[in-house]
Design a protein around this ligand. Structure first.
Ligand code: CO
Length: 181
């Protein structure tokens, strides 16, 4: 287990289709551990194997919501639905953020680290993160899908608004609890 260096754009490994995983062995488990550690150290919600220099169809999505990380090995998108524009970033583009339209629902067939096949349905930002990572495995990068670049200043403003909203929610919750007493 180790934190690896993240491959930044431009790099050929980021833009080629990754090879299918055929061996579900200790090396694959070690790769997943390295990817996870690297993602957490970089404060990301997802990572794909080419981002640590391995051109293999392996990706992780972890929304930090108390659920187990989603491990996607040889994933295939079997259904999508809806569409929404939201802001995305990518560990391979440290200073780039932009609006990207993606489906709001996705159904994926993938393999676990032991090779067993599973199906997964996801919505909203989880669906977005899954589709972003699957794009990586096909050598497709999010910069090619950005319809509007979001500046760091804009991003900070949005984050500040979001924090204000959370604070207001906490305050009204506290008020309500006070009334109940
Ligand atoms: Co990315």
């Amino acid at each position: 287990m180790a934190v690896k260096e993240i491959v930044k754009y431009p790099s050929p490994v980021l833009e080629k289709k990754c090879a299918e995983v055929t061996k579900f062995d200790e090396k694959l488990a070690a790769l997943l551990e390295d990817m996870y550690d690297t993602m957490v150290a970089a404060d990301g919600v997802g990572i794909a194997a080419p981002q640590i220099g391995k051109s293999l169809q392996v990706a992780i999505v972890d929304m930090d919501d108390g659920q187990d990380p989603i491990e996607l090995i040889n994933p295939v998108v079997v259904a999508v639905g809806g569409g929404e524009v939201d802001i995305e970033g990518c560990l391979s583009f440290p200073d780039l953020f932009g609006e990207v339209e993606r489906p709001i629902y996705v159904k994926v067939e993938a393999q676990e680290r032991d090779g067993s096949i599973y199906e997964l349905e996801a919505e909203d930002f989880t669906a977005r993160a899954i589709l972003h990572e699957i794009d990586h495995l096909n050598g497709v990068l999010f910069n090619s899908k950005i319809t509007r670049i979001v500046t760091l200043e804009e991003l900070e403003e949005i984050e500040a608004e979001f924090e204000e909203e959370i604070e207001a929610n906490i305050e009204s919750l506290e008020e309500r609890q006070g009334e109940e007493r």
